[in-house]
Design a protein around this ligand. Structure first.
Ligand code: ARG
Length: 457
């Protein structure tokens, strides 16, 4: 069945039918399509455009279709062009001619604009919840590791000592921003396009305030041409999803590095690792790698839609049908990745000794050794040079700064005293970092208190 056969004298080419159809994927928002139609029919009846009784028959019919689909009694088949056609045909089949009144004052253009918005709105909330759950695992790890020392890196070279708590708090911040981006998008997109018609509104006295309210929008959109052709919110959402994946892929890369034989900072749980078909010794971080890999797929969705929308004249164009498949895929991909990632880090174990040892052996306390001299009156540039020489001495002997004896220290600068060892211990190096945002446990605990408040919101 078609909704537009009247002015045609020939059958559509079979290839055209398939090429044109979107039902194989837009059936994903059948629920939203029904939800929108119920609001539209309710408003038509309340505005006197159809009778109360007709309105009721349509709403009951739609609810019946919904429960039959949900219970599996009814299947959405591919014989229709799209989900809108399927719904209208099914409704007419079930309740007769009254069903033909549902589409009064409506076009598939504002209908699909509405359905996609409703679907996206729900998914923004779902993605947000998944991220919040991931953050609660990160927060647990932060709380348990305020004194677990590890090297902090720049250029992937050991730089200064930090803690696992501090490192993970960096990711907590990233995901906080991701959530705030989602909430911004929600606020901007939560306006109802229903009633925009094909592009220029309608001559029926539709109550757009009413449908907007029934569907829980802040209000109706203000320009009918923009309403049917705006896909900005999807581009924004895909951009936010891409950023989430960018964060997850950076995190994944660190997991892969930390899990490598050379580092062994962490042990991934067997349940979240995989083996090799040929090398019996292997335990691979496939989940982290796959999350890192799937990032490309989500970026692809963003670039795809940006490219589709580029240069489209107002108002609706069929190109816009291409907004769906990639978006659905990106949403499902991100939700899956966040969930898997959460399970992976929730079960992994830290090798505290190895991390601490690595921080020591990597001269991450060299800056602190220089600062020690500065406190005793040596200008920083000279102190930098002195510690540089000490590092060279250590490299020669294959030891850490902590392992040099006092004589060796004094051979480079007489300013060194016994208290140097205390000053460059990892514990001191971390504890003295007390500025807001630094890894010192005192400051970290203040930040943790703020995170607790944040999670309660
Ligand atoms: N399947 C179409 C889409 O996703 C629905 C809107 C069709 N409108 C039209 N004028 N052909 O965009």
């Amino acid at each position: 069945m078609k909704l537009w056969g009247g002015r045609f004298t020939k059958e559509t080419n079979e290839l055209v039918n398939n090429f044109n159809a979107s039902i194989s994927y837009d059936q994903k928002f059948y629920k939203q399509d029904i939800q929108g139609s119920i609001a539209h029919a309710t408003m038509l009846a309340a505005s006197g455009i159809i009778s109360e009784d007709e309105g009721k028959q349509i709403v009951d019919g739609l609810n019946g279709i919904l429960s039959d689909i949900e219970s599996g009694k009814m299947e959405i088949t591919d014989e229709y062009e799209d989900i809108h056609t399927f719904m209208e045909a099914t409704l007419i089949e079930r309740i007769g001619d009254v069903g033909k009144k549902l589409h009064t004052g409506r076009s598939r253009n504002d209908q699909v604009a509405l359905d996609m918005r409703l679907y996206t709105r729900d998914e923004i909330k779902n993605v947000d919840e998944e991220i919040k759950e991931l953050m609660s695992v990160i927060l647990r790890i932060i709380k348990e590791n305020t004194e677990t020392y590890m090297p902090g890196f720049t250029h992937l070279q050991k730089a200064q000592p930090v803690t696992v708590a501090h490192h993970f708090s960096a990711y907590f911040e990233m995901f906080k921003r991701d959530r705030s981006r989602l909430s911004d998008i929600y606020k901007r997109m939560n306006y109802c396009p229903l009633g925009a018609g094909a592009l220029a509104g309608t001559t029926y006295p539709l109550d757009r305030e009413m449908t907007a309210k029934l569907l829980d929008f802040y209000g109706p959109t203000l320009n009918s041409m923009d309403s049917v052709s705006d896909r900005d919110y999807l581009i924004e959402f895909l951009s936010a999803l891409s950023t989430i994946m960018m964060h997850l892929s950076r995190f994944s890369e660190e997991i892969c590095i930390w899990n490598s034989n050379e580092y062994k900072f962490i042990d991934l749980d067997d349940a979240f690792s995989t083996g090799s078909s040929i090398m019996p010794q292997k335990k691979n971080p496939d989940i982290a790698e796959l999350v890192r890999g799937k990032t490309g797929r989500v970026y692809g969705a963003l670039i795809s839609l940006l490219t589709t929308m580029k240069g489209l004249p107002l108002a609706y164009n069929k190109d816009m049908q291409e907004d769906k498949e990639f978006t659905f895929d990106a949403i499902d991909t991100v939700k899956g990745c966040v969930r898997l990632f959460k399970g992976m880090i929730d079960t992994m174990k830290f090798n505290n000794d190895r991390m601490e040892d690595s921080a020591k052996k990597g001269f991450t306390n060299a800056t602190d050794a220089a600062d020690y001299l500065v406190k005793k009156g040596v200008p920083f540039r000279d102190a930098h040079g002195i510690v540089g020489q000490l590092v060279l001495m250590c490299l020669d002997k294959g030891i850490a700064l902590d392992d040099l004896n006092l004589e060796e220290y004094k051979s480079i600068s007489p300013v060194f005293e016994e208290d140097i060892y205390e000053a460059i211990s990892l514990k001191t190096c971390v504890e003295k970092r007390l500025t807001l945002g630094a890894p010192g446990p005192e400051m970290m605990n203040k930040v943790i208190a703020l995170y607790d408040e944040y999670m309660e919101q």
